[in-house]
Design a protein around this ligand. Sequence first.
Ligand code: AMP
Ligand code: MG
Length: 403
Amino acid sequence: MLTYEQARQKVIEQLAEKKGPRATEEVRVGDALGFVLAQEVKTDREYPPFNRATRDGYAVFAADAKAGAALKCTGEIKAGDRVTKELWAETCVQIMTGAAVPSGADAVVMIEHTKRDGDEVRFERDAVTGQNFVPRGSEARAGQTLLTAGMRLGYAELGLAAQVGAAELKCASKPRVAILSTGDEIVPVDSIPGQFQIRNSNSVSLAAQVRLAGGMPVLLGNAMDREDDLSSKIRRGLQEDLLVLSGGVSMGKYDLVEKVLREMETEFYFDAVAIRPGKPAVFGKCGEKFVFGLPGNPVSTMVTFELFVAPAVDLLSGAEARTLPMVEARLGEALKEKPGVTHFLPARMEGQGAEREVKVLKWQGSGDVSALARANCFVVVPIEREQIEAGERLEVMVRRDLL
Ligand code: AMP
Ligand code: MG
């Protein structure tokens, strides 16, 4: 059986061959958060486009503005002022943050280091050449490529695109991810379940995870545990970029997903992973489309999506697969778990840096969503470990929607 790292690697290898995007669209820069860029973004001019003061103070020739010297202030320049006059020797000009340093000046002295008396400015320390302004063109040259295809657009990338005037961005269309739940007991979330029925919460949590991963969920509802219903709904799902099923992949008599997929000539890359929860997860390719069968217990579904489906969505978008959101934390209480599988235990992490401590929450196993809703991370118990003492440092997979 594959470890979760090996299984993830399989997904990444397979999807790398299919790396997207298959379609692109123009998106307004203000609406492009989370999209993957499908073009280059270049500067329209030099950055900064003029020698930009980074402090409020006085533009000077550094050689004139020695400690104790006094210079005549001949005017002021504020941000946005058009500067035409050059600085004269033995004078200074008052300047504001963001304003253009007049030509000739080679330093800006902070106002805090000066005393002003009428037109006269006295300097309390030696000015240093190059101080307190950013030279024209030093951040980027004109025509320089700043963003490339495949980059994910976060707030910084969007700010940069906006700065250089890229008001519309060619982006990868979000991969369409079909979500199909299975189970005779499953009813829509807006219905009143019978005593032995269960609302289709997986379709809701999966859709949220698809969105977080950068995909577009396509909800296909639920298939009954019958081969005919499963195969027709799976066929429908295979029309999208990716198909994710929940439930029906365990060993039960009515767990038919794998069987139906096999009959449809799916090639499987794994059909179990050494993890808990989530062991029965399957991944394969049916025709040209990739398909995941995730176990139906809600926490298993959530964990296996994060481990295996999220990187597939990245690659279908034309981006690299993001690494798992893992950090280290000190375990607050001792743990004993069955070795041979990597455990992902709902947990709560508090504190910062070296003080970060994590405690596993009490839970009733992989059906217990209420434990996960109290958790902000999973403690990852390594595959070979059984007893772990309080105080040990362990890897923790954070819930990327919370931390
Ligand atoms: P399965 O993987 O089909 O054996 O399902 C395992 C458990 O998860 C069962 O208790 C199911 O009722 C539950 N389950 C399966 N599908 C869903 C779903 N879509 N939403 C909520 N719970 C589900
Ligand atoms: Mg089932």
